[in-house]
Design a protein around this ligand. Structure first.
Ligand SMILES: [Fe+2]
Ligand SMILES: [Fe+2]
Length: 331
């Protein structure tokens, strides 16, 4: 692949050539105002690895023709992880809430507009799915790679950790395609048609952006990690436990008091939510909920949801009217 952008190119030319690069530089933590500085000088001033930056922007420019094998050698993994984490923050905290605000403006939210309300609900479910996916990567995938960088391997391989995603890339892609299709096919034309058109354009751009992000994780990032993992395992990297065992071990160092996160879980259990519903509400994986629940049971020596509800009530974590009636057998 012939690289499009080079170290001595002025950074402003890169952005003028392709406006998507604006988002890329932001996710590397580079801010505007670089004058006539080159890509290399701008990256160095911002503490960004120049070759990783160039590899990523060249990949985004022409992912279809990217030669992953050659690119992998150029990547500084900590720098790429920072970029991926910042991308997650961008999608979850900025992009998706922004689209929701516009969607609210475009949709007549009166109770008579059932289709509008259903579209909003569909959107919220989609945004929650993306948030869960990215939270899983931040909490499990990236720490896995950071351990590898420190010469530590787990029982699970990288591919196993990635496959444990409940909301995988294929399902994210399907959901956003469905969302577009529902709006296009079924949203009744009304006074806010132009606003809805704007929302659709935003959704199209977000879809493209997310596809590139996921594709980069499946190819460039995954290949870098697999190579590193291979090296560390061959060098006899020290074994550490599975993700969950490590969570549990870390937790035993704490006092028997519940952490704030554990209290959140107790509240949700007391309200009668299932593990899956708790995971959705707190944007964590079901595995993490189960780990917390095991730790809570061990600390409190309380195992049944009904007894946890009583504990929550006595300790002022919930009010009586929030607790699911004991006759509704808790899940
Ligand atoms: Fe991601
Ligand atoms: Fe991902």
């Amino acid at each position: 692949m012939t690289e499009k952008y080079h170290e001595m190119d002025p950074m402003s030319d890169v952005i003028s050539d392709d406006y998507r690069m604006l988002q890329m530089i932001g996710r590397f933590g580079i801010t505007l105002g670089f004058g006539n500085q080159t890509v290399g000088a701008t990256c160095r001033a911002a503490g960004v690895d120049v070759t990783t930056f160039l590899t990523v922007v060249n990949y985004v420019k022409d992912a279809a023709h990217a030669h992953i094998g050659e690119m992998v050698d150029q990547i500084n993994l900590p720098c790429l992880i920072r970029y991926l984490k910042n991308s997650h923050t961008y999608f979850v905290d900025f992009r998706l809430p922004n689209i929701r605000r516009k969607l609210l403006e475009a949709i007549d939210c009166s109770s008579s507009n059932q289709i509008g309300l259903l579209i909003l609900r569909f959107y919220d479910e989609y945004a929650a799915e993306v948030a869960r996916h990215m939270e899983y990567e931040n909490s499990f995938v990236h720490p896995f790679v950071e351990n590898l960088l420190n010469g530590k391997v787990r029982v699970e391989t990288f591919d196993m950790v990635v496959r444990q995603h409940e909301d995988n890339h294929a399902s994210l892609e399907k959901s956003i395609a469905e969302l577009k299709s529902i709006i296009i096919k079924y949203y009744p034309s009304d006074n806010a048609a132009q606003l809805m058109g704007e929302v659709l354009m935003d959704i199209y751009m977000t879809e493209e952006d997310l596809l590139t992000h996921c594709h980069m994780e499946d190819t460039l990032f995954a290949e870098c990690v697999r190579r590193l993992e291979c090296k560390v395992r061959r060098a006899g990297g020290s074994d550490i436990n599975s993700v969950e065992e490590e969570e549990e071990e870390k937790d035993t160092t704490l006092a028997n008091d519940l952490s704030e996160r554990e209290k959140d879980i107790v509240v949700q259990v007391a309200k009668g939510l299932s593990n899956k519903e708790i995971a959705d509400a707190l944007f964590i994986s079901v595995n993490t909920v189960m780990t917390h629940r095991r730790n809570i049971s061990r600390k409190l020596q309380i195992h049944s949801p009904a007894a946890l509800a009583i504990y929550a009530l006595v300790n002022g974590l919930v009010n009586l009217d929030e607790i699911v009636p004991l006759s509704n057998s808790p899940r």
